[in-house]
Design a protein around this ligand. Structure first.
Ligand SMILES: C[S@@+](CC[C@H](N)C(=O)[O-])C[C@H]1O[C@@H](n2cnc3c(N)ncnc32)[C@H](O)[C@@H]1O
Length: 240
């Protein structure tokens, strides 16, 4: 068992996706600081007694946030980079050998968190294995998937009747200028892997397609990276 000091040193030395407040004097320097955007996601203020799922947790910002509000949280992600969706021309020749999720595990240890991290793709996440949830949050994940509709169907199957789905995804502003539900083809774009970039109108229709009867827009904002570039995001709530 490593000491708190060793864990804190490892946290200072590694690179983080999320800015996480691990201790008063230990805040990670993440690519993305979601703290200014938390209210935009519209999570219940208290989540005591609720079961919550964070799909595509990475370093765990949302999983730890929902736990802080009192929820029992399961966090889903993939340990092996090979299992991510890659356009054939962008699939790396070599992959990291260490399992992914090291940042999450370290943060969990330092926070004394009980969030359970499950190594599983959202494509194969079923209520038979994981149970159902009062709140499912999926942030900036669907945009990186080849089959966004299958992922949404799986998510809908994991939300209890009356439960809440919080979706926060990049959207395409240009497609939104045309009054039909469009998604822009992006699989040959050079930046982060994105296959299809739907407009806000299209994301809403996609949630409805997946089984959410009431879909509402909560917020629209730009998520700024540490380097200064930003990504347009829309937060939608879906209820079954
Ligand atoms: C851009 S990060 C978003 C992190 C976090 N959800 C947030 O809102 O900041 C995308 C995450 O989705 C995960 N992911 C990608 N494909 C996935 C899949 N098929 N099933 C589950 N997670 C996946 C990635 O490993 C990564 O952790």
């Amino acid at each position: 068992m490593e000491t708190a000091g060793t864990a804190a040193r490892r946290a200072r030395e590694r690179s983080w996706y999320h800015t996480l407040e691990l201790a008063p004097d230990l805040v990670t320097d993440g690519w993305f600081d979601l703290r200014p955007h938390v209210a935009r996601y519209g999570l219940p203020a208290r989540m005591d007694g609720l079961r919550a799922l964070d799909v595509g947790t990475w370093d765990g910002f949302w999983a730890f946030e929902m736990e802080r509000r009192g929820a029992d949280v399961v966090a889903l992600d993939l340990d092996d980079e090979r299992d991510l969706d890659w356009p054939p021309r962008r699939r790396p020749e070599r992959f990291a050998t260490e399992p992914r999720g090291e940042g999450f595990r370290l943060a969990r240890e330092i926070l004394g968190s009980r969030v359970e991290r499950v190594n599983r793709s959202v494509y194969t996440a079923t209520p038979e294995e994981l149970g159902t949830f009062d709140v499912v949050l999926c942030g900036s994940v669907l945009i990186h998937l080849r089959d966004q509709l299958l992922a949404l169907e799986r998510i809908a199957g994991l939300v209890k009747p009356g439960g809440l789905f919080v979706s926060a995804e990049e959207y395409d502003r240009l497609s939104g200028l045309i009054p039909v539900p469009l998604a822009r083809y992006r699989a040959d774009r050079e930046s982060a892997v994105v296959f299809w970039q739907p407009s806000i109108r299209t994301w809403k229709r996609m949630l409805h397609f997946a089984g959410f009867d009431r879909v509402e827009r909560r917020a629209k904002f730009r998520m700024r990276s540490r380097e200064g570039w930003s990504v347009r995001h829309v937060v939608l709530h879906g209820r079954r």
